[in-house]
Ligand binder design. Structure first.
Ligand code: G3I
Length: 313
C-alpha cells in the first residue's frame, strides 16, 4: 500500500507528475512529498518568457534550472512550460516592430529549447492560442505575424531539438466543443502538411461535478490523429468551504479523469498543477473557490488522493 502515484502510473506506462514553483522549494515538508510521490515535474512559472528572456537577447535560466536540477536529482522527468504565450510575456515583446517579431519569436524558441536540450521530455511550444468560440486569440503574435505563427513556432522548436516532444497546450479543450474542435482541425492540418507536432496538452483546470462527459472520446479523437495527449495542469476546484460531500464528488472526478487517460494508450501522463492546496493558484484567481488538489494545505491526503491511487491501480 506504499506505492507512490508515480510508481502506480509507471506500472501503467504513464507518468504522474506535479507542477512546482521556486518560492515553494525552501518548504522542506513540501519538497519531501514533491520529490518522492511524483515521477514528473513541470515548472509552474520560471520557464516562461518573462523569466527566461526578460529583455531582448538577454537569457536567464537560473530559476528554471533550480527546478530541473531538483527533478533530475530525484529521478523525475520534466515538461517544459511554455515557449510562446500571451501571458507572462515581458512588455518589450509588445513593442517589437511587426516585421521583426517572427525573428524574435524564433530566437526565443531556439535559445531556450537548445539550452534545455536532452533534459526535458516535452515542450509546451504554444500555449492558449484559441478563444472559447474556436477563433484565434488576438495575441501580439497573432496580430503581428498572423495565423502562421503557431506552425513557425513548432518548426523552430523541432529545428532546435529533434528529440523533445512538441505539444500544443490549452484549457477548456478537455471536452468536445468549438474550442477543442479548432485545436483538432489545427493538429489535423499540421499532420497533413508535415508540420512537427507530437502532442496535445489538455490543461484540465476542472470544476467538481463538471468533468466533461466527452473527455475520453475527445482524448481518443486526438490520439487517432497520431499525436500523444497529456493532461498537463489538472486540478478540480470547488466552492469553499470544503465539506465531506464536496470532497467525495471531487474524488469521484479525479478518479474519472485518471480512468479516461488510462483507456487511451496515447494518453501518456497526468500532471497536477501543484499538489497541495497550500500552493494552488486557484483561490487568488477565483475568489471563494479552491481546495482543488489531492493534498490539503497541511499536507494531509484528501479523498481525491485515494481515488487517484485506486484508479491507477
Ligand atoms: O514573482 C512575482 C513576485 O515578484 C511579485 O511580488 C508577485 C506580486 O504579484 O507576483 C509574482 O508573480 C506571480 C507569478 O505567478 C509567480 O508567482 C504573478 O503575480 C502571478 O500572476 C503568477 O501566476 C501564475 C499564472 O500562471 C500567471 O498567468 C500562476 O502561478 C500559475 O499557476 C499560472 O499557471 C497557468 C499556466 O501557466 C497556463 N495555464 C493556466 C495556469 C493557471 O492560470
Amino acid at each position: 500500500d506504499t506505492a507512490t502515484l508515480g510508481e502506480l502510473a509507471e506500472a501503467k506506462g504513464r507518468y504522474f507528475g506535479s507542477a512546482t514553483d521556486n518560492p515553494e522549494l525552501p518548504d522542506t515538508q513540501y519538497t519531501q512529498i514533491l520529490g518522492s510521490e511524483f515521477s514528473q515535474i513541470t515548472p509552474e512559472n520560471t520557464m516562461k518568457w518573462q523569466y527566461t528572456e526578460p529583455s531582448r537577447g538577454r537569457f536567464d535560466y537560473t530559476a528554471a534550472e533550480e527546478i530541473v536540477d531538483l527533478a533530475e536529482s530525484n529521478g523525475q522527468s520534466v515538461r517544459g512550460h511554455t515557449l510562446v504565450w500571451h501571458n507572462q510575456l515581458p512588455s518589450w515583446v509588445d513593442d517589437v516592430p511587426a516585421g521583426e517579431l517572427l525573428g524574435v519569436m524564433r530566437d526565443h524558441i531556439t535559445h531556450e529549447v537548445d539550452h534545455f536540450k536532452g533534459r526535458l521530455i516535452h515542450w509546451d511550444v504554444v500555449n492558449e492560442a484559441f478563444e472559447e468560440d474556436g477563433s484565434r486569440r488576438q495575441s501580439v503574435f497573432q496580430q503581428k505575424i498572423g495565423d502562421s505563427y503557431i506552425a513557425e513556432a513548432f518548426k523552430a522548436a523541432r529545428a532546435a531539438d529533434p528529440d523533445v516532444k512538441l505539444y500544443y497546450n490549452d484549457y477548456n479543450i478537455e471536452g468536445i466543443g468549438p474550442k477543442s474542435d479548432a485545436v483538432y482541425e489545427m493538429v489535423k492540418s499540421f499532420k497533413a502538411q508535415g508540420i512537427p507536432i507530437d502532442g496535445v496538452g489538455m490543461q484540465a483546470h476542472l470544476i467538481a461535478g463538471q468533468v466533461p462527459a466527452s473527455l475520453q472520446e475527445n482524448i481518443r479523437r486526438f490520439a487517432d490523429l497520431g499525436v500523444d495527449v497529456a493532461l498537463t495542469e489538472l486540478d478540480i476546484r470547488m466552492t469553499l468551504p470544503r465539506t465531506a460531500a464536496k470532497d467525495a464528488q471531487q474524488a469521484t472526478d479525479y478518479g474519472a479523469v485518471v480512468e479516461a487517460c488510462l483507456v487511451v494508450s496515447r494518453c501518456v501522463g497526468i500532471t497536477v498543477w501543484d499538489y497541495t492546496d497550500k500552493y494552488s493558484w486557484v483561490p487568488s484567481v477565483f475568489p471563494g473557490q479552491g481546495a482543488a488538489l489531492p493534498w490539503d494545505e497541511d499536507f494531509a491526503k484528501k479523498p481525491a488522493y485515494h481515488a487517484i491511487a485506486a484508479a491507477l491501480n
